[in-house]
Design a protein around this ligand. Structure first.
Ligand SMILES: [Zn+2]
Length: 273
């Protein structure tokens, strides 16, 4: 399942062909959205934003296409008149004079005005986006210390989109390992210095994943491991998917457990109970 960094990269790709351009034709695959085709055709896209796993394609008439990819949704961008080679079901097609952005398979799609956006059940519930450039370390510390979050195990909190949108399963393992924090710990049982460290690693790891296309280890370590002949799947993480292999910091074997019904990877030495 894609996490925040993957969704943000998909949004960047869509933005690169749509933002600032007139959308000559809009086609929706879902019958309920057909009435919006006319209202959006001829308008200009002003921004493509993300809130966690939701994408918001904003138009200059205060309407926004909300789409949540869930498991199967996938965006493509092509230069006209080409079309993507796919057997998936077309859900949204946005055409400029030169390009098309197409969304396939997703079913959670809506066209909303500003009031509709603030009332949308997913958007009303999600926290700030982990990749929002204006999100600061101290805002994350505030959330860690807030009564609604501070008594919950971090392993659960780091999957909860209400805490921080765009977090996901591999980010959870990597961030908690980088901060040296055991996932069953609760923010209330940690020191202020731990909160600072965790907030800093949250921003650092998420932003690195976005920039590198999902590679969490540093660039230096990635080139070293690549030179040793490791495939991308084997070198991209510090702990995620590395059960039984030596910790890249202390060589203790990495452990796997299930938390929030999903695999979580830790180093028992770097993340003491
Ligand atoms: Zn370790």
């Amino acid at each position: 399942m894609p996490e925040g960094p993957e969704i943000r990269r998909a949004a960047d790709k869509v933005a690169s062909v749509l933002v600032g351009r007139k959308i000559e034709e809009v086609v929706f695959g879902l019958a309920s959205l057909k009435p919006f085709e006319k209202r959006l055709s001829g308008r200009t896209v002003t921004a493509v934003d993300t809130r966690g796993k939701a994408m918001l394609t904003r138009f200059d008439n205060d309407l926004t296409i909300y789409s949540h990819n869930q498991l199967y949704g996938r965006w493509y961008t092509v230069r006209r008149p080409r079309m993507p080679k796919t057997k998936r079901q077309l859900r949204v097609e946005l055409c400029t004079a030169s390009h098309k952005a197409l969304l396939y398979s997703a079913s959670d799609i809506a066209v909303l005005d500003d009031a509709g956006l603030s009332a949308h059940p997913f958007l009303a519930r999600v926290g700030p986006d982990i990749l929002d450039r204006s999100l600061t370390k101290s805002q994350i510390v505030d959330r860690l210390q807030a009564p609604r979050f501070n008594n919950r195990a971090l392993g659960g909190l780091y999957l909860d989109q209400a805490f921080l949108a765009g977090n996901g399963n591999y980010l959870r393992s990597e961030i908690l390992w980088a901060a040296g924090i055991e996932p069953s710990r609760k923010p209330a049982s940690l020191t202020a210095a731990d909160h600072e460290k965790l907030a800093a690693e949250t921003l650092k790891i998420a932003r690195r994943s976005y920039r590198s296309g999902g590679i969490i280890v540093t660039r230096e370590l990635a080139s070293q491991l690549k030179a040793e002949g490791l495939s991308r799947g084997r070198y991209r993480f510090y702990v995620f998917g590395r059960e039984g292999q030596p910790c890249r910091r202390c060589e203790t074997p990495i452990e796997r457990r299930t938390m929030g019904s999903r695999n979580l990877f830790t180093c028992p030495t770097c993340q003491p109970p």
